[in-house]
Write a protein that binds this ligand. Structure first.
Ligand code: PLP
Length: 395
């Protein structure tokens, strides 16, 4: 067995199951689950229709590179959204959801013979850590504390860390806090990557779920392009249809950026054997070509955030995040006690923040926080907010 397997941590939801183990919540209260980041809005009918219309194409092997029309559509979407020119032949690859791509990317780019570090935010999407460990690298965490607006403080990282860094994961809009890196933040990491010669993997899978229609979150390619890095050197972005288009089960996303890196990643993926099926590719084309359903998706989240915050604002310090579908709530008691007792008393499940993070340099930046995913219906979110309010009032 690969010895690095023993380094993997249990997934946050395993820890949550253990935390709830043995508790019987009140039977008169319906269960409300706000722990998992799985969108529950309806998948647009036109996406399902295109998928079904193209089912006949499952008789063919798809190619790892994907059909040109899909890559062309993605390049056009990137150009419209992030004001940058992307070559669909060399700078775009389809992936089966960003999860597998964020994982396999590290296996491709890390040279384990050089004592590598993979730098990542803390708390984080746990795939980054597992990807680093299985690639033979050591994770180095950037504590995203409340004092730093829940964003990594890149300036505080010692030079020796950047010298050993081969890959930096960033996540904006961030899971779990929903905070957004500014253009200046992206500039900072781009300059560091150039100076110390490492690759940036920018996880932007929440980029389309934002509050202010006039201010969509910036992206890595956008800022690189603006700075004159037209080849996107050292930059790869990860985008997904899961949250944007409410089709997490379609398993569709893409990577885009540095052609030299993607040439190698393409070779890796050929052997990895993870080509996207043709019906999925056709459905993805339809999804990337339409913005009306994404606008409606944002409206639904906006409605839920407004109602949720209104109910809870008098009993806790709650903020609507600029993006994502998460509330990152500070808890008056430990996050694990809060999660367990809320379930025990109100049958509402949220995720304890410390399950999404590591203690690093003596600090666990996610302790005393819970992640609340506003994925349920408006009525359920309102009911959950009222139950959470009642629970907080008992503390
Ligand atoms: C930060 C982050 N990145 C990536 C993913 C993976 O999404 P998918 O594989 O559906 O594209 C998720 C899913 O929850 C996520 O929260």
């Amino acid at each position: 067995m690969n010895p690095n397997l023993t380094l993997l941590h249990p997934y946050p939801f395993e820890k949550l199951t253990q935390l709830k183990n043995g508790i019987t919540p009140p039977a008169d209260k319906s269960p409300i689950t706000l722990s998992i980041g799985e969108p529950a809005h309806e998948t647009p009918q036109f996406i399902k229709d295109v998928l079904v219309e193209n089912l006949g194409s499952i008789s063919n092997y798809p190619t790892t590179k994907g059909i040109p029309k899909l890559r062309e559509t993605i390049a056009t979407w990137l150009e419209n959204r992030f004001a940058c020119k992307v070559n669909f032949e060399t700078q775009v690859l389809p992936v089966n959801g960003t999860r597998e791509a964020l994982f396999s990317f590290a296996q491709c780019v890390i040279d384990s013979s050089k004592n590598p570090l993979v730098v990542m935010p803390n708390p984080f999407y746990q795939i980054y850590e597992g990807a680093a460990l299985l690639a033979g690298a050591q994770p180095y965490f950037l504590n995203a504390t409340v004092e730093h607006n829940y964003l990594p403080d890149f300036a505080s990282v010692p030079v020796e860390v950047w010298q050993r860094c081969q890959l930096l994961y960033i996540c904006s809009p961030a899971n779990p806090s929903g905070t957004v890196m500014t253009e200046a933040d992206f500039e900072t990491v781009l300059k560091l990557a150039e100076k110390y010669d490492f690759v940036i993997a920018s996880d932007e899978c929440y980029s389309e779920l934002y509050d202010d229609e006039a201010n969509p979150p910036a992206g890595l390619l956008q800022v690189a392009y603006k700075m004159g890095n037209h080849d996107f050197k050292r930059c790869v972005v990860f985008h997904s249809l899961s949250k944007r288009s409410n089709c997490a089960g379609l398993r569709s996303g893409f990577v885009a950026g540095d052609a030299e890196i993607l040439k190698n990643y393409f070779a890796y993926r050929t052997y990895h054997g993870c080509a996207m099926s043709l019906p999925t590719q056709y459905a993805s084309i339809a999804a990337w070509q339409d913005e009306a359903h994404v606008l409606e998706n944002r409206r639904l989240y906006r409605e839920k955030f407004a109602a949720f915050v209104e109910i809870l604002k008098d009993v806790c310090d709650i903020q609507k995040p600029p993006a994502s579908f998460y509330i990152w709530l500070k808890t008056p008691i430990s996050d694990t006690d809060f999660t367990r007792e809320l379930f025990a008393q109100e049958n509402v499940t949220v995720l304890a923040g410390s399950f999404l993070s590591r203690e690093f340099k003596g600090v666990n930046p996610a302790a005393n926080h819970v992640r609340i995913a506003l994925v349920a219906s408006l009525a359920e979110c309102i009911e959950a907010a009222n139950r959470i309010k009642r629970f907080i009032q008992t503390l």
